[in-house]
Write a protein that binds this ligand. Structure first.
Ligand SMILES: Nc1nc2c(c(=O)[nH]1)N[C@H]1C(S)=C(S)[C@@H](COP(=O)(O)O)O[C@H]1N2
Ligand SMILES: [Mo]
Length: 220
């Protein structure tokens, strides 16, 4: 049995197949462009609620067994416990969510540890150019190290002043506001720095490798 069949099962496979089909058909593409000066990227509509999207697995990660590894091409790999994670400088930021399925949600108040701080601790080697985020549900997503190192990127433990609920990726999820939300890994367990770009779960299934909402980089 392949990893995909074993990990995801048939019901989930069906959902993945339909999203793949949308990617092939260019569903939600408007052909428009916009700059971040326009707050709502092309083809997006504003929502007030917060939809849940995942592969059908919502892993429970007890804080006692929480670990976050940051490794690969770094001088100082870490494997933080929950206490280690909590001991890092606190970072708070407010940003918008843009999901490839065409909803956007403004003014999300996040708290956690900034990607910049994390990088200052692990110290990327000169060869490191990409990041792969690995999650407890088997999900992966890739992005350039430069994009991960943006000032608004964080490993969030709280949203609107409360711990991030399990369905939204708690205890810790990545938040990368300037890219479509599939680049923001829920239930993150490992952040790997690499020299070569390695497409993640959706990037291998027809989603765009970069995923800039203002350039409408939905599908490849
Ligand atoms: N671990 C994990 N992270 C994930 C996903 C997933 O299936 N597993 N889905 C991605 C997608 S496609 C989106 S749109 C957002 C959804 O996050 P939300 O459920 O908190 O809205 O999470 C992203 N991160
Ligand atoms: Mo998504």
């Amino acid at each position: 049995m392949s990893e995909e069949e074993g990990l995801l099962g048939q019901a989930r496979q069906k959902l993945i197949e339909s999203k793949r089909k949308w990617a092939r058909e260019g569903r939600h593409l408007t052909g428009g462009t916009a700059t971040p000066a326009e707050r709502l990227p092309p083809g997006q509509r504003l929502v007030k609620n917060w939809p849940v999207l995942d592969l059908g697995i919502q892993p429970e990660v007890p804080l006692e067994s929480f670990t976050l590894a940051v490794d690969g091409l770094v001088e100082n790999p870490v494997n933080w416990s929950w206490a280690d994670f909590q001991a890092q400088p606190a970072f708070a930021d407010t940003s918008d969510i843009h999901c490839v399925t065409a909803w956007s949600r403004y003014d999300n108040h996040w708290e956690g540890v900034s990607a910049r701080h994390l990088l200052s601790v692990v110290r990327p080697k000169p060869e490191a150019r990409f990041v792969v985020c690995h999650s407890h549900d088997g999900y992966t997503t890739n992005l350039p190290l430069d994009a991960f190192a943006d000032e608004d990127v964080l490993l969030a433990h709280s949203w609107e002043g409360k711990p991030i609920p399990t369905e939204h990726g708690g205890p810790v999820r990545v938040v990368v506001p300037k890219l479509y939300f599939w680049k923001s890994a829920k239930w993150v367990k490992r952040i790997e720095l690499t020299a070569e770009d390695r497409p993640g779960f959706w990037e291998e299934r027809g989603y765009h490798n970069e995923g800039d909402p203002w350039q409408e980089q939905r599908y490849s």
